[in-house]
Write a protein that binds this ligand. Sequence first.
Ligand code: ADP
Ligand code: MG
Length: 346
Amino acid sequence: MRRPIQDLPDELISQIAAGEVVERPASVVRELVDNALDAGAHQITVRLLAGGVRLISVEDDGCGIPPEELPVALRRHATSKVRDLHELESVTTMGFRGEALAAVASVSQTSILSRTADADSAWLLDAHSGELRRAARAQGTTLEVKELFFSTPARRKFLKTDATELAHCIESVRRHALARPDVGFAIWHEGKLVEQWRALPPDTERSQALARRLADVLGQDFVDQSLPVERVFHNGAITVYGRAGLPDAARNRGDQQYSYVNGRFVRDKVISHAAKAAYEDVLHGHKQPVYALYIEIDPLRVDVNVHPTKIEVRFRDSREVHQAVKHAVEDALAVPRAQLLTQTEP
Ligand code: ADP
Ligand code: MG
């Protein structure tokens, strides 16, 4: 029997949308750290309970949100980052869809505590009750997400053990940390500090800062067993830099392959294929190269608005990106070993 067509209730719309963005605690961590970075944070602290299922708190020292805008931040499609199509096409922030907080709040108990530079106090908004009250905090924002999927038990059942969820949360922060050596990160789980990566001074030369952050996050071995990548193409329209592992450092799993487009961690077939192709002559069998590759590209040459989580991008000309990545990595691998010893940063 046919039922009449009706608008879905607002909350259900958010919960459906949340399904695309929030798969597990690590997705919440990713969105909240994205927001902290967009707010210009220098230090970001992530606190978790039960692998993030019971609590995810992300604390930053960014610009903060004024009290009158706190309820707006939680609304769907509300953002301070883009205003029109032109801005969308040249977007440089991590966020722009105005979806994350609405989605997260619809599947958890969320609160925002925030203070702007010129405010005389901080304000706390409870997303569920809508209650807004004065609170104490230095400049910045703390997002608290409790009991993820408490209202959608079917989703909650898909979660793995706390240890597995924690590992995904840490990986999510690691991806951000590898893109931003100038920002300090700390991760706490059940009251214990599990990871801490200190901010490098902003005047540190880029390849040095990166080498040090890579050593902190992935281990000194990664740096010792990799070569610096650095090449500019098309008069600066595309730059590829980072580090490419020596063939000997290749692994059975592709778990140390980090690629970024304009500071955003992406999984992209064009980039991974190009990187693999650069190793063609030096890597045999099923070994996977390790690398951290950063592609800086004119925002007009890439569309970041193809996937709700923005993990995929679409290049206007994927051939030109493929060539750039392949040539940049090939160049790095071609440097004679003797020369390398003086180039590898401590
Ligand atoms: P988006 O990041 O796509 O704009 P979000 O739902 O993630 O959408 O956030 C909505 C808005 O809330 C942001 O545009 C921003 O203005 C504000 N906001 C969110 N998190 C923070 C934060 N940590 N610091 C300052 N502002 C924030
Ligand atoms: Mg966001």
